[in-house]
Design a protein around this ligand. Structure first.
Ligand code: GDP
Length: 210
């Protein structure tokens, strides 16, 4: 998708604030500092529309961006702050799982992991929640410019083994800084949009034929 007009909609702190809209949603999940805001900006061709907030107290915030009134990008709260309390951590879990389970218009989750690091326990939890939700997902390894091609391949394998990503599922390596992999990622997102639109059309036809 070639985005002409991207705008910030809301920082929702409770499900009541999620936009009352049927636009399809693509959600972004990953630990804090993984490069989530940078990737969203790179996909939108913008410098600073998305930004990572100050580190504490952001555990419950879900940021919505509207892309040409066609889809919403949904920036889920980053995780992995060393200093957060247990209750804050539980809250984060609840915010994420609530969101994954209540949004029928959510059709794709991008699970971001830093190409340089073995996924953390929080990453493993996040990945399990995505699997449990049954929603389609893509695994995206960020900051690919920081490693050689060979190192990136090796690390992608470590990510695959740690999260137990099935062999048929690609890991898409991107660099927001160098813009590598961004077109490939858009192509992958677009494929899901087309599939989802076809499905909606078929459902509608089915309804009309009844
Ligand atoms: P967030 O907390 O997940 O939203 O992460 P940010 O997008 O704020 O990025 C965290 C840090 O990683 C910042 O210092 C970015 O400049 C840096 N960063 C993000 N993406 C890339 C990338 O593709 N390559 C490099 N080298 N650094 C990146």
């Amino acid at each position: 998708m070639k985005v002409k007009n991207a705008k910030f909609v809301i920082s929702a702190v409770s499900p009541k604030q999620y936009p009352d809209s049927n636009l399809l949603e693509v959600a972004f999940a990953g630990r804090s500092n993984v490069g989530k805001s940078s990737l969203i900006n790179a996909l939108l061709g913008r410098k600073r529309l998305a930004y990572s907030g100050s580190k504490q107290g952001m555990t419950r915030q879900i940021n919505y961006y509207n892309l040409d009134d066609e889809i919403h990008f949904v920036d889920l709260p980053g995780y992995g702050f060393a200093a957060v309390s247990k209750s804050e951590k539980n809250l984060w879990g609840k915010v994420i799982t609530d969101y994954l389970n209540v949004r029928p218009q959510l059709y794709l989750v991008l699970m971001l992991v830093d190409i340089r690091h073995k996924p953390s326990k929080d990453d493993e939890n996040m990945y399990q929640w995505i699997l449990n939700s049954g929603i389609d997902y893509l695994v995206v390894a960020t900051k690919a410019d920081k490693l050689s091609k060979q190192q990136a391949r090796n690390n992608a394998q470590i990510i695959r083994n740690t999260l137990q990503i099935p062999p048929e599922k690609d890991i898409i390596c991107v660099s927001a800084e160098k813009r590598t992999g961004i077109d490939k990622l858009w192509e992958a997102i677009d494929r899901y949009i087309i599939e989802e639109d076809d499905e909606a059309e078929n459902n509608q036809k089915g309804e009309e034929e009844k």
